[in-house]
Write a new protein. Structure first.
Length: 282
């Protein structure tokens, strides 16, 4: 379980990136973070694993306050947090298998990591994870030979190789086409369900978030302005999160998709079809 208690981040310039953010993510729950650019979504993700240092508040992962850790304790705590990046963060010249095994680097002595010598149990698990994400036949390929969707799958497998207690995901679909985006989101949701793994996903696509995640948290100027079920994310709430101008533009795009769908189906499509077209399903 993850629990944030009045988490804050203030930069030296005096700007507040996060203003007393508090919420809890239960075991197996997938939470989507939405909000305009500069709302603090990526900062929040990076404060949780201490890639960015918070200036106030607490970050509890299963009752351990990560905000109070340093040195070796912090390094050991980070092993329990899997991170999936927007730009994949793979080592291009290494094979798919070697990239997945890099998820174990925090657990092996330096000489083993230098020589890329891992325990057989780690290798076996890596093969099982590659099979789970549909890449078992690509184990020996270099990372730079893969498509964007395949690279993101490698990133998912690498994060799971850590045996994490929490999954942090930073815009996993931003560089992907609509179909691949749905596949990646579906895969993340299935894995979290299977393992009871809590996850926090920073996602820019509102309709994709509504279709897949269990719960949505809306951030504006570093503050939580919405926290609830995707079904409660109506126009008024979205306007509060994004502002009238931004949400109006988003609605205009949705209206164009709805008109295209009407032409395709011969009548105004039901709400579910509208949402699917907005996320690229139809």
């Amino acid at each position: 379980m993850l629990r944030l208690d009045t988490l804050a981040k203030r930069y030296k310039t005096g700007d507040h990136a996060l203003k007393g953010v508090s919420f809890t993510v239960e075991k197996g729950q997938v939470v989507g973070l939405i909000g305009p650019s500069g709302a603090g979504k990526s900062t929040l993700i990076r404060c949780i694993n201490r890639l960015v240092e918070p200036t106030g508040g607490s970050i509890y992962l299963n009752d351990v306050d990560l905000a109070g850790l340093s040195g070796g304790e912090l390094r050991r705590a980070r092993r329990r947090i899997g991170m999936i990046f927007q730009e994949y963060a793979l080592v291009e010249r290494l094979t798919v298998m070697e990239n997945v095994l890099s998820g174990r680097l925090g657990y092996v002595p330096f000489w083993r990591s230098l020589l890329r010598r891992f325990r057989q149990a780690d290798v076996d698990k890596a093969f099982a994870l590659l099979d789970r994400v549909g890449l078992s036949e690509h184990a020996d390929k270099r990372a730079d030979e893969l498509s964007g969707g395949q690279r993101q799958r490698v990133g998912i497998a690498r994060a799971l190789e850590q045996d994490p207690e929490l999954l942090l995901v930073d815009e996993p679909t931003a560089s992907l086409d609509p179909k691949t985006s749905r596949q990646i989101m579906r895969l993340i949701m299935e894995i979290c369900r299977e393992s009871g793994l809590p996850a926090v996903i920073n996602i820019h696509d509102v309709m994709l978030a509504k279709m897949f995640v269990d719960r949505i948290i809306g951030l504006t100027a570093g503050e939580v302005v919405f926290d609830g079920a995707p079904a409660l994310l109506d126009d008024a709430v979205l306007t509060r999160i994004y502002g009238e101008e931004d949400w109006t533009a988003m609605q205009a795009s949705a209206a164009e998709d709805a008109a295209d769908a009407a032409a395709t189906y011969g009548a105004a499509p039901p709400e579910r079809v509208k949402e699917e077209r907005m996320a690229g399903l139809a």
